[in-house]
Design a protein around this ligand. Sequence first.
Ligand SMILES: Nc1nc2c(ncn2[C@@H]2O[C@H](COP(=O)(O)OP(=O)(O)OP(=O)(O)O)[C@@H](O)[C@H]2O)c(=O)[nH]1
Ligand SMILES: Nc1nc2c(ncn2[C@@H]2O[C@H](COP(=O)(O)OP(=O)(O)OP(=O)(O)O)[C@@H](O)[C@H]2O)c(=O)[nH]1
Length: 442
Amino acid sequence: MSKPIVAIVGRPNVGKSTLFNILAGENISIVKDTPGVTRDRIYADVEWLGKNFTMIDTGGIEPDSSDIILSQMREQAQIAIDTADVIIFMTDVRQGLVDADARVADMLRRAKKPVILVVNKVDSFQKFMADTYEFYNLGIGDPIPISASSKLGIGDMLDEVIRHFPEHDTEEEEDDRPRIAVVGKPNVGKSSIINRLLGENRCIVSDIAGTTRDAIDTAVTWNGKEYVFIDTAGLRRKSKIKEELERYSIIRTVTAVERADVVVMVIDAVEGITEQDAKIAGIAHDRGKGIVIVVNKWDAIEKNDKTIYKYTNEVRNTLSYMPYAEIMFVSALTGQRLVKLFDMVDTIIENQTMRVQTGVLNEIMTEAVAMQQPPSDKGKRLRLYYITQVAVKPPTFVIFVNDKELMHFSYTRYLENKIREAFGFRGTPLKFIIRERGEKEK
Ligand SMILES: Nc1nc2c(ncn2[C@@H]2O[C@H](COP(=O)(O)OP(=O)(O)OP(=O)(O)O)[C@@H](O)[C@H]2O)c(=O)[nH]1
Ligand SMILES: Nc1nc2c(ncn2[C@@H]2O[C@H](COP(=O)(O)OP(=O)(O)OP(=O)(O)O)[C@@H](O)[C@H]2O)c(=O)[nH]1
């Protein structure tokens, strides 16, 4: 099941990033007194009482004038409405209730999404509690007083948030059609690719309304089998505000990737691969999704016999953390090689769900250890006892060792390569969990 999405919206300076950082458990975003500082961190994985969710910060408003603030708040709220299961609407007890709050509350009310009204900066419940009552006027439920910076009321707020999660997405669970998210920077050709695949194959197309989010998925039949393209509505909707475009596209990426089996990462051949591409691909990698890198607009560049080689190298260098991903060179304009995407998706899903027997894994590990001695530190050498696969999607392995500290990243990578030499696992990341086990138990 895909994880629920929680979005925070609110005016500049109410304390959104402060709350975000507390929940994310790490101080990555920059919180300053200057409102609207650019923040890198847009989403985070949060756990509360055994429930996991993805939190997104729709922030980033430049408070030039109150008019602009309002229009940007509307934009934010719309992103939240489009993508989130639960919306945290944050206000500030010190600034009190302002007109923009009321307007955004109207929008959220109409969207019929669960909204948690949070009043921040209630640093002392005794002193400020009475001031929170005016927020009842927004007509979106009981205000929950918190102090993000003093960590007050956060637990009660989270209880309220998770109470609104959908019980379970039975629809998605029973659906075994491959789910594909087409992601990439603006203008790389995502919509063109999907449209081409829909048009050319004269397939049956139906829009499936998302279960809890307003995402529109599109089903396509190819070779008698159905595939679902996720969130095709998100590709059509564009932010009007330029600065918001990147944030918006990242939020859409996170929410689409979350629901996907395979992520089609589109790169523009004319532009070449960029850091922003790497950031987007990283989202799919972190989440353990199947990945294929699609270099689009291949028709538009001049080629000789070295061109593919050069492009492959550039992509491999920039996306060095995902050497397992296949690269395809396509053109949405001419349709060149595009339909091969379906076979590719099938292969990647097979690899994502492949299980390797414990006996075979241990043989590979024993052989690998014999060929390259494990690292040691201060006279203590790493010993590897046992390996077993514990999960699929992505394939996840537990390795039992004598001392976790000795298991360097590079040695894990070495074992990963050995496993890949034997089984391929093309198109999917692998996950390794290192566990300690005492000598005696061996
Ligand atoms: N007194 C008090 N101040 C707080 C609290 N939470 C945040 N602040 C302060 O409020 C200011 C704004 O906080 P941010 O977290 O940057 O607010 P934001 O909503 O993300 O602001 P933008 O980036 O402009 O959207 C900072 O100076 C915080 O230290 C709180 O609970 N109590
Ligand atoms: N030459 C060439 N142009 C292409 C190709 N694919 C897309 N384009 C052009 O690139 C532009 C952007 O294509 P879109 O499909 O709208 O790109 P997108 O990634 O969906 O863009 P956003 O909706 O902004 O995220 C359009 O002008 C397309 O005609 C291709 O294979 N070759």
